[in-house]
Write a protein that binds this ligand. Structure first.
Ligand code: TYM
Length: 333
């Protein structure tokens, strides 16, 4: 059976980009694959902005709750917290030793996050190797992610391939799976940059838990352009195109059909319709989230069981990698 792995950082409240770029696929893949989903807290501590420990702890629980609320089913899938397994950090060390400084230095996300800063942590630089460890430890075939993670998944594949070539076949080689619409949801105020937990302004980001009124206001003030036509053109009409992608992703309809239906009716009506569709899409998620918030014991139990099931896969993979590299097994001489 196909094995799927993906993760999300507890570095801020999840937004529409996370939902449409990743979570929708996470949930859908449960019907046809063996899925493992992870709250990657070790990645969240690499942020160049200093994090607050109490907030990180809370966000970790909140994000796991969010994953359950969107439909990650703990009966069928594994859901766990990255730091609950020491295997991730340990495997990352092994992979560090088959990764070159040069290939990490040219990673687009590292360039973006470190730009203009006097000092960034070695953790931020090494971030993609930990991500490779996440994926390779589970022999994942497919990794459902948004477009922004493409390079990280390619690097994981390269590192896995290099390791296998030097030490023998230990790792499966993963490929990224992107959604057909909204693989890159853009900021509502600046449709040329992606919607981001860390970089978007309050008005530019729609959070999964935002209340209806707030969502409507944000879409009403979304930046479009001075023309009035509604058509899909990422270069000429980035704002309208972003709204069309969101509209298509939340309704399951085709972009062309939506553009034809709303063209000529004005941006006001169009934005209102997108907002309404987003509110409808988020309503059941928000309701389920509220129920789960009342039962934190259940979330803790899911994560505990998840960590056990994850370790049953990750520990033997790490042991195989250690053995392949020539590290002496304990008790042998
Ligand atoms: P993170 O936490 O930034 O984002 C989680 C998921 O949401 C997607 N995403 C978007 N998709 C469309 N439009 C956007 N504006 C948008 N913003 C975010 C991301 O592509 C991602 O799928 N490095 C990863 C976390 C990670 C991981 C892994 C992912 C760590 N280990 C192993 C897959 C496999 C990240 O920072 O995602």
């Amino acid at each position: 059976m196909t094995r799927v792995f993906s993760g999300m950082q507890p570095s801020g409240e999840p937004h529409l980009g996370n939902l449409l770029g990743a979570w929708v696929n996470w949930v859908g893949m449960q019907d046809r694959a063996d899925c493992i989903y992870c709250v990657v807290d070790l990645h969240a501590i690499t942020s160049p902005n200093e994090h607050d420990p109490a907030t990180l702890r809370q966000r970790t629980v909140d994000l796991a709750t969010g994953m359950l609320a969107v439909g990650v089913d703990p009966e069928r899938s594994v859901l766990f917290v990255q730091s609950h397994l020491h295997e991730h950090a340990e495997c990352a060390w092994l992979l560090n030793c088959v990764t070159s400084f040069g290939e990490l230095r040219k990673q687009p996300q590292f360039k973006e996050k470190s730009e203009g800063r006097e000092s960034v942590s070695a953790g931020l630089f090494d971030y993609p190797v930990l991500q490779a460890a996440d994926i390779l430890l589970y022999h994942a075939d497919e990794v459902p992610v948004g477009e922004d993670q493409r390079h990280h998944i390619e690097l994981a594949r390269d590192i896995g391939q290099r390791f296998n070539h030097r030490f023998g076949d230990v790792f499966a080689l993963p490929k990224a799976i992107h959604p057909t619409a909204a693989a890159r949801v853009m900021d509502l105020q600046d449709p040329t940059t992606k919607m981001s937990k860390s970089q978007s302004s309050e008005k530019g980001i729609v959070r999964v838990l935002d209340e209806a009124k707030k969502i409507e206001k944000k879409f009403k003030s979304a930046v479009t352009d001075s023309a009035a036509d509604i058509r899909y053109d990422r270069d000429e009409k980035p704002g309208v195109s972003n709204l069309l992608e969101i509209f298509a992703a939340v309704t399951g309809r085709e972009i062309d059909g939506l553009a034809a239906e709303y063209d000529g009716r004005g941006y006001g009506a169009f934005k209102g319709a997108v907002a309404e569709a987003v509110v409808e899409r988020l309503r059941p998620v928000q309701e389920r989230y509220a129920e789960l918030t009342d039962d934190r014991g259940e979330v803790a139990r899911v994560l505990e069981r998840g960590a056990e099931k994850a370790r049953a896969i990750a520990a033997p993979t790490l042991a195989s990698a250690q053995e392949a590299m020539g590290l002496l097994p304990r008790g042998e001489a």
